[in-house]
Design a protein around this ligand. Structure first.
Ligand code: NAD
Ligand code: SER
Length: 325
């Protein structure tokens, strides 16, 4: 079997996608890569790892040749909040990788997965049950790069026959690697702070409703889409996918079922609040359901229960290791 390359593999998604791909296809099949060094304790420890800057065609090309790669999951990017702080840097990373990965894919006839986002929509988009095909006028540099990614992947498929496929992810919640500087990061931070300190200061208003998904569903969606029958994929590069929709106040109430003492304060960050106010509250995922059978497994209640269990176990074992050393 040809190998699978993951760029940006040490981030929030990659650190769970890589082990899942290794379980699914075998350790030797998956090549994790990132611009920063592999941590020896990382979940990506078991197999191949390479330093690859996704903005350098030569580095991507060399790894593709060395490992006989057939599919690339192109995750490397700068997320929304960091991108608003450093727009020029975000442009270089997000746009640089976006052009070069499909170009290498064209030369080597690779399949490509591209993660778009609710960030590809803007304030003029309908915010509830956002349709699959609708107005896309994002007001962030991150969103501009995501719309461009969707269009470039469409282009590389139509013009050169590249097997590019993509999902518009909502905010992702996970118990593994911490999120890398997005607007939806509060929905992960609150769990860590609730378990450790019973207190969280949230940077979004309590009534900021956004579309969300638990990482096990997101990882399964990526693999299922890449294995789907190409004949059925009409919206191949930017499927809306969704699992749940909630506000910080609703999430805090759900966590209080497990951590009753949780106290939440609100200190609104105007930049991230204005980004959140421009994004969908919920997505219409009917195209993904019809074209490749998408169905989420986790809702707010089951995601919260699992996060508390996973994180509780993780933080407990870190504490035990700390007290032994
Ligand atoms: P992250 O910030 O956690 O990880 C990104 C990784 O990319 C990091 O490990 C970083 O070191 C690496 N990277 C940065 N510049 C690089 C470069 N030039 N070359 C190679 N690697 C580089 O991000 P994530 O949450 O894992 O997101 C992965 C992808 O999914 C991104 O494209 C993001 O826009 C998209 N996405 C994420 C979410 C979410 O909630 N996490 C939601 C929608 C879409
Ligand atoms: N979670 C991401 C962010 O907030 C959405 O793409 O940037």
């Amino acid at each position: 079997m040809k190998r699978v390359l993951v760029t940006g593999a040490l981030g929030q998604i990659g650190s769970e996608l890589v082990p899942a791909l290794r379980r699914h296809y075998g350790d030797d099949v998956v090549v994790a890569s990132d611009i920063r060094l592999h941590r020896p304790d990382a979940a990506t420890d078991e197999g191949h790892f390479e330093l690859v800057d996704c903005t350098r065609s030569r580095e991507i090309d060399a790894v593709v040749r060395r490992y006989d790669v057939g599919t690339v999951y192109h995750l490397a990017a700068v997320l929304s909040a960091v991108a608003e702080e450093r727009p020029s840097f975000a442009w270089d990373v997000n746009m640089g990788g976006l052009y070069r990965v499909p170009e290498v894919a064209r030369q080597h006839r690779l399949a490509v997965f591209f993660p778009s986002s609710i960030g590809a929509f803007g304030p003029s988009t309908p915010r509830d049950q956002t349709p699959q095909v609708t107005i896309q006028r994002p007001t962030t540099i991150y969103g501009i790069s995501k719309v461009t990614g969707e269009l470039l992947c469409d282009y590389s498929h139509r013009r050169f026959g590249v097997d590019s496929r993509g999902l518009r992810f909502p905010g992702l919640i996970s118990a593994g690697a911490l999120p890398g500087g997005g607007t939806t990061d509060y929905a992960v931070e609150i769990f860590h702070q609730a378990i450790r300190y019973r207190h969280y200061t949230c940077f979004l208003r309590p009534d900021s409703c956004l579309d969300m998904m638990y990482m096990p569903d997101a990882v399964r969606a990526m693999i299922e889409l890449m294995e789907a029958d190409p004949e059925r994929l009409l919206n191949r590069n930017a499927f809306n996918v969704t699992a749940m929709s909630f506000t910080p106040a609703m999430l805090a109430d759900e966590i209080r079922k497990h951590v009753p003492e949780l106290r939440v304060d609100y200190e609104v960050d105007p930049v991230r609040q204005s980004i959140a106010d421009s994004w969908p509250r919920s997505l219409d995922d009917s195209a993904a359901c019809e074209e490749w059978g998408w169905k989420p497994h986790y809702d707010l209640e089951s995601m919260t229960r699992d996060m508390i269990e996973q994180l509780g176990r993780r933080l407990h074992s870190v504490k035990q290791e700390g007290s032994r050393s």
